[in-house]
Design a protein around this ligand. Structure first.
Ligand code: ADP
Ligand code: ZN
Length: 810
């Protein structure tokens, strides 16, 4: 009988797949997980990619050690998808496997396990192996799989541990850190209406204030903190009223996991323009598979998606709905669950391993039973779920740069990758945006995609009015209060006084970007990176936004020993602080990277804002995207200029999209919204086009420039970054690489150059760009590039130089 071999994918950054011998009598399927030894002592979970009879020529194939699953856990469509990503984005198959699978699906010898907190300690139901492992874990808090192997003397250790994870006896160490703590708030309510009690003056004042607030905002709930702040009384006054039985305090969890997904909404009727767009989209799928829906903000794109999803559901197909950010999934998931109940699943990078496993299983069709989540909503990693039967992919906010993964590999763009995934499933793909990317809009004008337009807001509401505020003048006249012009500040005051809400956008987090000595202008830099540290006032620290390095604010200047520091520029944290001082009555919250690192933090902030418990929401780009709030009357853009003056060929496109999107958050229901845009440069053409809501003009000017300078979509870019701790060696390597590349690619090679931040985490960086014309074969170019890089890395001197490829960088 012929010996059988299996090519397997290892969860490691190594090129290609590896061949192992399949022991006799073992029945193997593609997509199954197996355990293999790789290197002298290490064991890994691998995925079977191919089964064949060809003995490897260069090495003796080791035997597979064990099979982990009865059935394939990755289907063939997924494997085809992984292979495409590997080739297109020039990365390793193992990188894709790592991105795709939840961590407990890929146990390795180094994986650490611990006792699950919920395990009751009862050893009775455990088998012999499980008992041995639990006993060992009672003595030692954590064990690596490698350490467990001798305990049970059994080759199927991965299988045993997997089963113990499933039974919640043990968990992976990495899961330990994201236990979720519920946030509880205290809501004040009247306990009884007509009490004949004697109240003190302060108590009277609080009760009156509360009644006023209830009349002004009948639906709004008041927390203890907000109420005593508004009424300007102490906590003691409120406590006394609770004691007297006037008020009661109810504890509420504002972040209850959305576990209760009752379908509550009858389907909304599409308006005539929406219906027309809906029909056009369906029509367009008949001849072309990709359609771009260009619909202004609040035109009801989401309602159209819902209708399209309903149709797929009726046909028994799956739908993937991609969003660029976790913050957005929060709102859309509740909208979808109102329509589809518990048929909608959600996934994003904040899920822990067990939650990811659950989602994976719920998407997978097991035997004949239907997947539990025919509709999956998610950020980019949702592309890797085990879909088998996709009928439609929707890429919402398709222009958003967050769709691109920067670190680690695979450095894929979720929108472009979704196009390939749709293709595998022969499913149509809908791209949606109010501000399409130049690339997609170009494809639509070139008839590669179909274009459907929706030019009016729901209920014919007018687009928000965008007004510029010249802060140069305000500065000259010394009218600025902190970062606010009198116009913006007044507008904010009036808005919240009338019970409406405000969103303020500043494209920079932290307190202020730069701290400098007032005497000698010294500015502290990161020890490991070539950037100045950002001032975070709240923590009284300066931090590096590239490597996380932090130090306390210096008390004396290391350069001149003076003791006075001043800060330049401002971030979201400083805006919040200024507002707290300027408008002590208002409730102000902040949404940026720093306030949303905890699990469900987005959800909490968004929900508090929806429920009217926040008057002003300050944030970075996170507040600009797709959010749908009913009560936002004014949007303020604190500084439009820093986005425009950014050295990148996409700077104008980004600035236009960001400002147009954040403007779109204003006046979504009832009344036209207002946008105040603070700028030094009112005449700037991007700002003028923004004021006119003129996307088409903006597009045509930009696309002309891209053509002249041969930037995407007229060319493809591959970014090559070289990194090394030794600057000299890096220079030599990158010069040599550029020379070699120029031999094949001529003028298409740009650089090497130091990027604007030339050192990160002690590694110097150098960039080379390859620009390939659209007509040329990218495939061929990639093959040449790979072989040139390989030759460079074969030189002893350059072996330690790290080379990172980024295909279609954004
Ligand atoms: P977009 O996704 O284009 O920004 P949305 O779908 O969020 O727009 O619609 C904006 C708001 O208008 C939402 O609150 C939505 O529920 C409401 N809306 C849109 N179309 C309809 C409709 N046909 N019937 C009822 N409400 C609608
Ligand atoms: Zn740093």
């Amino acid at each position: 009988m012929n010996q059988i071999f299996a090519d397997v994918i290892l969860p490691l950054p190594v090129k290609g797949s590896f061949t192992y011998a399949v022991p006799e009598g073992i029945d193997l399927t593609i997509g199954q997980r197996v355990v293999v030894q790789f290197g002298s002592r290490k064991f890994y979970t691998a995925i079977v990619l191919k089964i064949h009879n060809e003995k490897p020529k260069k090495y003796d194939a080791k035997e597979l050690l064990a099979i982990l699953d009865e059935k394939a856990i990755v289907n063939e469509k997924q494997l085809q998808f992984w292979l495409w990503i590997t080739e297109y984005y020039m990365c390793n198959l193992g990188d894709v496997m790592n991105a795709a699978l939840p961590s407990s699906f890929k146990l390795a010898s180094e994986t650490k396990v611990m006792i699950h907190a919920d395990f009751d300690g009862d050893l009775q139901d455990l088998n012999e192996h499980e008992t041995a492992i639990v006993n060992a874990l009672l003595h030692q808090e954590e064990l690596s799989v490698q350490e467990i192997i001798p305990l049970i003397n059994n080759k199927s250790v991965f299988g045993i541990i997997n089963e113990m994870i499933r039974k919640e006896i043990v968990l992976l160490k990495e899961d330990l850190h994201d236990k979720y703590k519920e946030k509880i708030i205290r809501i004040v309510e009247l306990a009884s209406e007509n009490l004949q009690l004697k109240l003190t003056e302060k108590q009277e004042q609080l009760l009156l204030h509360f009644s006023d607030l209830k009349i002004q905002f009948p639906k709004k709930k008041w927390t203890v903190t907000d109420l005593i702040k508004k009424a300007k009384v102490s906590r003691g006054v409120l406590d006394a009223l609770v004691k007297k039985g006037v008020f009661k305090i109810e504890l509420q969890s504002i972040s209850r996991l959305l576990n209760d997904f009752e379908k509550t909404e009858t389907t909304k009727e599409l308006t005539a323009p929406q219906q027309k767009a809906f029909e056009q989209i369906k029509d367009s799928f008949k001849d072309k598979k990709i359609c771009l829906l260009h619909g202004v903000t609040s035109s009801g794109k989401t309602e159209i998606y819902i209708k399209l999803m309903e149709e797929q559901l009726a046909k028994g197909k799956q739908v993937l709905y991609l969003l660029p950010e976790i913050a957005l999934t929060t709102q859309i998931i509740s909208r979808l669950r109102k329509h589809f109940g518990n048929k909608v699943g959600v996934t994003h990078s904040h899920l822990n391993n067990s939650e990811r496993v659950e989602v994976w299983k719920a998407v997978q069709e097991k035997g004949k039973s239907k997947p539990q989540y025919p509709i999956m909503l998610g950020a980019r990693s949702a592309l890797f779920l085990p879909f088998d039967n996709l009928g439609l992919i929707i890429v919402d906010e398709e222009h958003d740069p967050s769709y691109k993964q920067h670190q680690p590999a695979p450095r894929y763009h979720a929108r472009d990758t979704a196009i390939y995934l749709a293709n595998i499933h022969k499913a149509p793909l809908l791209l949606g945006s109010a501000t399409p990317s130049l690339e997609s809009y170009y494809n639509a004008t070139e008839s590669k995609y179909n274009l459907v337009e929706l030019n009016s807001r729901y209920q014919g509401l007018e687009m928000p009015k965008i007004k510029c505020v010249d802060i140069r003048k305000a500065h000259l006249k010394k009218q600025m209060q902190a970062q606010f012009s009198p116009k913006l500040l007044n507008e904010i005051k009036e808005t919240i006084a009338s019970g409406k809400q405000v969103i303020l956008f500043q494209n920079r987090r932290g307190y202020s970007p730069i701290l400098s000595c007032t005497t000698c202008a010294f500015t502290p830099n990161c020890k490991h990176c070539d950037v100045s540290l950002t001032y975070h006032k709240w923590q009284n620290q300066i931090k590096c936004h590239y490597c996380g390095y932090a130090e306390n604010i210096p008390t004396v200047c290391p350069s001149c020993t003076a003791t006075d520091f001043d800060s330049k520029g401002f971030g979201t944290e400083q805006i919040q602080e200024s507002l707290n001082a300027l408008l002590p009555e208002a409730t102000i919250s902040r949404m940026d990277y720093d306030t949303t690192r905890k699990k469900y933090a987005h959800q909490e902030i968004i929900r508090e804002f929806e429920q009217g418990r926040i008057d002003i929401l300050v944030g970075t780009q996170m507040v600009t995207k797709g959010l749908d709030f009913d009560n936002v009357a004014v949007v303020g853009i604190l500084n439009a200029d820093n986005m425009l003056h950014y050295p990148d060929f996409r700077a104008y496109e980004r600035a236009f999209q960001l400002m147009m999107q954040v403007a779109g958050r204003a006046g979504r229901k009832g009344k036209q919204g207002k946008v105040l845009l603070q700028t030094y440069d009112e005449k700037h053409k991007v700002i003028q086009l923004l004021k006119a809501h003129n996307f088409k003009q903006f597009y045509s000017e930009q696309i002309d420039e891209r053509k002249i300078f041969n930037y995407p979509p007229f060319s493809r870019i591959i970014g090559i970054t070289l990194k090394h701790k030794d600057k000299n060696r890096l220079d030599k390597a990158s010069n040599q690489l550029a020379i070699q590349l120029r031999k094949s690619f001529l003028h298409r090679v740009l650089g090497p150059e130091y990027p604007s931040i030339s050192k990160i985490r002690n590694y110097y960086h150098k960039d080379i760009l390859l620009k390939i014309e659209h007509k040329a074969s990218v495939k061929k170019a990639k093959t040449i590039l790979n072989s040139i890089i390989k030759k460079l890395q074969e030189q002893k001197d350059f072996r330690s130089v790290r080379i990172i490829l980024d295909v279609d960088p954004v």
